[in-house]
Design a protein. Structure first.
Length: 277
């Protein structure tokens, strides 16, 4: 009888110990989750950000990068409060998104800015080889389409009603001597559409990710070094940067030699510049 009671107490003790250990683990995970900085990103920016996240971890800051394949979900998710910040858009894109929605989102800091180019697998020059009625890929969102049209104007393929308007759309084209036919696709898909058209507006980092063309071999790169197009660390209007987590991560991203090396490798050393300077 005594042995049975002893066995019962032993079992109860084991159960209690297991519960205590379980609660301790759960509390630790909860604390870890609360301390974690969650950033929604575009896959094309993943490598440099992961390098920054690895450095942050060495300094005691846990950063989780969540990839989104489109340019709508990151802001929806951020506005809903499911992530702390996102990193995929420049200021004109954010301004337009806020204009079209009720998003309460603001810029927190600037990251890298990249040049854009006109790419082709079918021609090597605009003047002699680009035929009339050729198909040209441009982004379908208002802001990046405007950027593409400015580049086409720089190439002297079109003129715009307002030559300085970075928000021009297809209806704002004043002259189109070659009667180019424009194919509108979502920004990230411009890299994959290059095989189907004579000319494509493209982002070097997306081309490198898609492996559809050499990002450094554009027929023409934009001459714009304006930090207007720097990619932003964006947050909700009511964001509270507890313990300066995001501030510390941004400082690592902007100042780390390893991150710079990753940016050089991913974008091309001459195809990006610091948007924060």
């Amino acid at each position: 009888m005594a042995q049975t009671a002893k066995t019962k107490f032993t079992i109860i003790g084991v159960i209690i110990a297991a519960v205590i250990i379980g609660l301790a683990v759960w509390n630790q995970q909860k604390k870890s989750g609360a301390d974690e900085l969650v950033i929604g990103i575009s896959p094309s920016f993943a490598k440099p950000l992961q390098v920054a996240a690895d450095e942050a971890k060495q300094q005691g800051l846990n950063v989780k990068l969540v990839e989104f394949s489109d340019w709508n979900t990151p802001n929806i998710t951020l506005n809903h409060g499911d992530i702390d910040a996102n990193f995929f858009q420049h200021q004109p894109f954010l301004d337009n998104a806020k204009k079209e929605t009720d998003f309460k989102i603001k810029a927190f800091a600037k990251g890298a800015a990249t040049h854009v180019g006109l790419y082709s697998k079918k021609i090597k020059s605009f003047d002699d080889e680009l035929k009339d009625h050729a198909k040209v890929v441009v982004p379908n969102d208002p802001v990046n389409q405007g950027r593409a049209l400015l580049l086409l104007q720089q190439a002297k393929l079109i003129t715009l009603k307002d030559p300085e308007n970075y928000l021009s759309s297809l209806k704002d084209i004043a002259t189109n001597p070659k009667k180019l036919q424009f194919v509108e696709v979502e920004g990230p898909q411009t890299a994959r559409a290059i095989d189907d058209v004579e000319l494509a507006f493209g982002y070097p980092h997306y081309l490198r990710l898609a492996k559809t063309a050499d990002p450094e071999q554009a027929l023409l790169f934009d001459s714009n070094a304006d930090t207007r197009y720097a990619i932003l660390f964006a947050v909700r209007d009511d964001y509270q940067d507890k313990n300066d987590k995001l501030k510390k991560f941004v400082e690592i991203y902007q100042n780390s030699a390893k991150v710079k090396q990753a940016l050089d490798q991913d974008f091309g050393a001459k195809l990006w510049f610091p948007g924060w300077k």
